[in-house]
Design a protein around this ligand. Sequence first.
Ligand code: S3P
Length: 425
Amino acid sequence: MNITKANSLKGEITVPGDKSISHRGVMFGAISEGITELTGFLNGADCRSTIGCFRALGIDIEQSNDKVIIHGKGLHGLSAPNTMLDVGNSGTTTRLISGILAGQSFKSKLNGDESIQKRPMGRIITPLTSMGAHITSIKNNGCAPLEIGGTALHSIHYDSPVASAQVKSCILLAGLYASGITSVTEPVLSRNHTELMLSGFGADIKTDGLTASIVGNPKLTGQKISVPSDISSAAYFIAAGLICENADLLIKNVNTNPTRAGIIKVAQAMGGNIELLNERTVSGEPVADIHVSTSQLKGCEISGEIIPALIDELPIIAVMAAVATGTTVIKDAAELKVKESDRIATVTENLKAMGCDITPTDDGMIIEGGKLHGAHIKTYKDHRIAMSFAIAGLVADGNTTFDDEKCCVVSYPNFFETIGSIVNR
Ligand code: S3P
């Protein structure tokens, strides 16, 4: 792939379905009674890993592109898999399914790719173990492969040291299988799709500030869910519409849940022309069309409570900062180090290669805005790095090439086709 500067960027686009909601739709449908129908499902590699795992657990799932029908078997209807469950590259699959598997009477093993085998699972092993779960890191290094299940659970209250929806959701899902009320308090609110969606499936789940609590052993019932477009995928085109010359883009039907929409606030704080149109609620989630146009962005500080609401967007926000005027400081984002790649390191390396003055810090980065030139990008097989630097290539002089851009199949299989449909050179 070779990306060159865009002279203009125009059009109306719809980006793929929300990854977090797609995963949850399959998982919650599998443990509910009756049929769950998902439309707008993200047919990307990560969500297909979730489908594969639940098929291996005995659930009949029909899929044709963005339509998925799950024949749920209820809370206690999963059966023992006869293979190692394959979670691929997906942290969400790994951590959420672990909560469900912890409550089963049978044992399962799961594993994923090279990246998954380096990601920290101690953050779920600790609370699940205190619920009485049997869960071990098979290589005893706090990472996958994991062996899980085979014991009864009891409810706990857990004060999570990290603001992580994957950790929170894992505990709440295990709480479905525990007697009594299981609750989790996080230091800062993370995305709340599990709370919203499980309530729709019939769970007794409440939120009070930073605490979510769930009552064990509910009857869950299959749902029809229309999955909105993923703001984390829209983010690349929000950025492109703001930083490219002669740009005017409408990105339709995007999930604007406030626990996800930090990039909109950052775009506004940087002086971007961004407006939300046709705001509405779909399947319990706020949705809007997002209009963006060419803007002269200015640097800003991004820190504190907003971080979980834009954690996956920080690589593309770093690209915006690299072409803004002035300095951008990103703090309180040490979680970037434990994503699909160490995103403090991989953003720094690639922005430096493009001529940016960037300093990595322990919990973020400091970026001096300026001009970018084309470079050869090392993606480290991280989809968000590949897509962020493809957008950087649209404003850089010269050619931007990639060692491996195919990793965008994880969350946005036709990403480069979308770029092709709006760019004029
Ligand atoms: C996700 C939560 C976030 C996010 C990931 C998806 C989810 O991870 O980075 O892409 O669907 O719950 P953490 O919970 O580890 O922050």
